[in-house]
Ligand binder design. Structure first.
Ligand code: 26M
Length: 847
């Protein structure tokens, strides 16, 4: 087909593939082809695929240099990429040729793909979103680069002890050589920390002394789907500027000599888990100061190196800096890169001699800020003394922006309209809006800095963006007007999250729509062509059979990795996401216990009417998040008891799958009949796995929250299972809890019975779960006692609906058919058009 060879410029036949793999075995791996193992075969195949990517990557970059378009940069501390080889093969259209070539060499492509380690440089939704956006940026041919950090260790590996406790082990993902990165040892920048800052005038200053660290670039190629366009993800590694301190070395003080080099290496050594810098503040005030300083250094190191790289590229054009916004747009993924705002001000004022008005006008036209949460405890704040110590000049600039004691932007605003002038005498408002929060110590509110320094601010789903406008940034909307505050609903790449993880369903869709798959995978709204087949019994049969085989694939995975036998003739019910109180895994497990107790109270005859259900959980808890870890322990121990109970094991099984990852999600998602997205209304900004399940024909059980709402709008309320209180009720209910508490046995007897059984030690030692149960009994901030009955009712509706298999399959087809909106191509094009003002730059297919 045209798109396969022509558009991608890659047309490798099987003999040349085997030749290239064997060549890499000998010359890159320095091994013999005749005694190669799967890992070696994977590495050689990956290097051979990389050769193809390199050709496209070079052409793409050359094309950008020649055409010199405006470019966009996605700054993210997290890129949760998962595996690359399968994705690269599919995007290049070379999967079948490689399957044959690899077989000729005596290996199976599936075994080889399985040897790749996930690149897990992220925590959850925010990092995976960044990875989907890179895929879509290349696929839609946009000049979009990512900038991040090359962590030596990704997110920790999760182990579960026999007692059910989460244990953390390091993730040394780079231990095997990584064929997907290109070290650019010549692309380096110096980044300064500490030292002292002096003011030279009202706005200008100088920053000297301290310590300098080197940032070294590593490039990761991001191939587009059905195009030659291959963008770049540049990850920075930190390294000491000089190997070590020669003076100490010569004086025989070897420890001191390597100390400074170690402190430089530490910056990119590990990915931070949110709780380490957020929740820990609340639990143990001013605990790990060292950890906090390192996280701040990480953020500045990455931000400074990325900006220096962007400005160097811009300057090569020989254009004046005032034109920067015409050529550069920078998206801030959450507040993590917000130091880019004072850093660009510093460069423009101190190094480029611009005045404040000129500099601020450039800054506020270059940056764009995406907010990913409205949970107050998750909003970043940095202690003023810490910033002063590590980045003294940036603190001066932050104070200049806030306009010491005058609140937002007397200097910052180019229109000279200040909060004081617009709202005279409103001191509370000034205090609320200030970049500096009063307290011991004072803290810098990063979301405020990101908002006032950006051209546009967006949330990640309609409801969430409304909440951003009406809660955390309300005062800013009132001050600046609402046009700057908008929404881009998240999306997911259908390449990885359908074509790659569910190849059988992808093939059935291609066959049914009678379209080349590249067409519908690049215009996902085409899926609604499936709607007319809901009434086609033969089609439904194929659809249901694929779901069944995906369930067997998952069962097989559980059998081989955990040695457990999962029955596949039951409904598969899945909740997979980071463990957090607001996501309410607790509600789910208490619902499972309720179901178990109900079954136990029935006669064997009565039980036969039950809809058999297998419940899967997976997800990591932040290492210091005690309640989240206790929830895991409860799930594991309930599973141990339930799965061993002969009365119920035919009707209810429960599994906690350890070490959730992108690759595990690719097995779990296609196998789900129903998935749970049950956050307290107003707390889950968007969610993105909800979109992935629905795209794969799984139905959704959820609250009226985040992107669930827009999914229901698309697929129709009759095809989703909604329950629970709505966002506007939440505040009121919390007030009731505090001032008019009702005893649990009165308010929710069903839940009361469940808690009593857990307390009594039905699943574990009697007292173990008291701290978890008390969060519900005491103030129940996440409203489990308010939503439990309607949750149980919704589960009953799910059972009832599942009993009618034909009708269920129709719902499943309708759900997939209406998921077009949630392609990350739509989302990234929305950013490109409404925010960045950039256009697709296709690589010419003609030589
Ligand atoms: C973690 C531990 C303790 C306290 C708070 C947190 C925490 C909560 C939210 C940390 C960060 C948070 O927000 C950042 C984030 O990752 N948000 C997620 O972004 C995804 C992509 O937009 C959304 O789909 C998720 O709904 C949102 O939670």
């Amino acid at each position: 087909e045209v798109w396969q060879a022509g558009l991608r410029g890659v047309d490798q036949d099987v003999p040349s593939i085997t030749k290239s793999i064997v060549n890499h075995v000998q010359t890159s791996l320095a091994r013999q082809a005749y005694n190669l193992d799967d890992l070696g075969a994977y590495q050689a195949a990956a290097l051979s695929v990389r050769d193809n990517l390199l050709v496209n990557w070079n052409e793409t970059q050359l094309n950008y240099t020649r055409k010199n378009p405006k470019r966009a940069y996605y700054l993210s501390l997290e890129f949760l990429m998962g595996r690359t080889l399968d994705n690269a093969l599919l995007n290049l259209g070379l999967k079948e040729q490689y399957r044959d070539g690899i077989k000729k060499l005596g290996f199976s492509v599936e075994d080889i793909l399985d040897k790749e380690r996930d690149a897990a440089l992220g925590n959850g939704g925010l990092g995976r979103l960044a990875a989907c956006y890179l895929d879509s940026g290349s696929s839609t041919e946009l000049p979009l680069w990512g900038y991040g950090l090359r962590y030596k260790y990704g997110i920790f590996q999760q182990l579960i002890s026999p007692e059910g406790n989460q244990l953390e082990a390091p993730d040394p993902w780079l231990d095997n050589q990584n064929p997907w990165e290109l070290p650019r040892l010549d692309v380096t920048y110096e980044v300064r920390f500490y030292g002292h800052a002096e003011r030279l005038s009202d706005s200008r200053g100088v920053w000297q002394g301290g310590q300098e660290v080197l940032a070294v670039a590593y490039d990761v190629m991001i191939p587009g789907y059905g195009t030659k366009n291959t963008n770049n993800l540049r990850l920075w590694e930190s390294k000491p500027k000089r190997g070590f301190d020669l003076n100490s070395f010569n004086a025989g003080n070897y420890e001191a000599a390597v100390a400074s080099s170690n402190s430089a290496d530490a910056i990119t050594s590990l990915l931070y888990v949110p709780v380490l810098h957020l929740l820990i503040e609340i639990l143990i005030p001013s605990s790990s100061i060292v950890g906090k300083e390192l996280r701040l250094k990480q953020q500045y190191f990455w931000t400074a190196a990325s900006l220096a790289d962007i400005i160097r590229r811009f300057k090569q054009q020989g254009k004046p800096l005032k034109e920067l916004p015409d050529f550069v747009a920078i998206q801030l993924n959450d507040t993590h890169p917000t130091l880019a705002i004072p850093e660009l001000m510093r460069i423009l004022l101190d190094e480029e001699d611009l005045n404040w008005e000129q500099a601020w006008s450039i800054v506020t036209n270059v940056f764009f800020y995406t907010n990913h949460t409205v949970l107050p405890e998750a909003l970043e704040k940095w202690p003023v003394p810490l910033i002063e110590h590590v980045l003294p000049r940036h603190l001066q600039i932050i104070y200049d922006i806030t306009g010491i004691n005058k609140a937002v932007a007397p200097l910052g605003s180019s229109s000279k309209v200040t909060v004081e002038r617009k709202f005279p005498g409103d001191r509370d408002r000034l205090a609320r809006m200030s970049l500096i929060e009063e307290g011991q110590p004072k803290q810098v509110r990063m979301a405020h800095l990101a908002a006032i320094g950006s051209r546009k601010v967006n949330g990640v789903a309609e409801l969430h963006s409304d909440l951003v406008r009406t809660t955390i940034l309300k005062d800013f909307v009132e001050f600046e007007g609402s046009s700057k505050y908008s929404n881009v609903t998240n999306g997911i790449t259908p390449r990885r999250w359908l074509d790659q993880c569910n190849p059988e369903l992808s093939d059935l869709i291609t066959k049914t729509l009678k379209l080349d798959k590249v067409v519908w995978l690049k215009d996902l709204t085409k899926l609604d062509g499936l709607l007319e087949f809901t009434e086609d019994a033969a089609f439904r049969k194929e659809w249901a059979a694929i779901k069944q085989r995906n369930k067997e694939r998952l069962a097989n995975y559980v059998q081989t990795t955990l040695g457990l036998t999962v029955r596949t003739d039951a409904m598969f019910d899945v909740q997979i996401k980071r463990l957090h109180e607001y996501k309410r895994q607790t509600l789910n497990i208490l619902g499972v216990i309720h179901r178990y107790l109900t079954l136990k109270g029935q006669t064997p005859e009565e039980r036969k009417k039950a809809n058999p259900r297998v419940v899967f959980f997976a997800g990591k808890a932040a290492p210091a998040y005690y309640i989240a870890k206790l929830t895991i322990r409860l799930i594991v121990n309930v599973a141990r008891v339930i799965n061993a109970d002969p009365d119920t094991k035919d009707y209810l099984q429960l599994y906690f799958l350890p070490d959730y990852s992108v690759s595990l999600a690719e097995v779990l998602i296609p196998a789900s009949d129903i998935s749970q997205h049950i956050s307290t209304a107003g707390t889950e900004a968007s969610g993105t796995s909800n979109m992935k399940f629905c795209l794969n024909g799984g139905l959704l059980l959820g609250t009226v929250d985040g992107a669930n709402i827009e999914i229901a709008e698309e697929v129709g309320e009759s095809n989703v299972f909604f329950f629970g209180h709505l966002t506007p009720a939440v505040e009121d209910l919390r007030y009731q809890h505090l001032y008019h508490p009702v005893p649990l046995e009165e308010k929710c007897p069903a839940l009361h019975r469940v808690l009593e059984q857990v307390s009594a030690g039905l699943f574990d030692d009697a007292d173990i779960y008291e701290p978890l149960l008390n969060t519900i009994r005491q103030n129940d901030y996440y409203l489990l006692t308010d939503d439990f009955d309607s949750y149980i009712a919704a589960l009953a509706m799910v059972d009832e609906a599942y009993a009618d298999k034909e009708e269920w399959t129709k719902k499943s087809i309708r759900t997939t058919a209406k998921m077009g909106k949630f392609s990350s191509d739509r989302a990234i094009l929305d950013y490109a058009e409404s925010f960045w003002n950039i256009e697709p730059i296709p690589v010419s297919t003609k030589k």
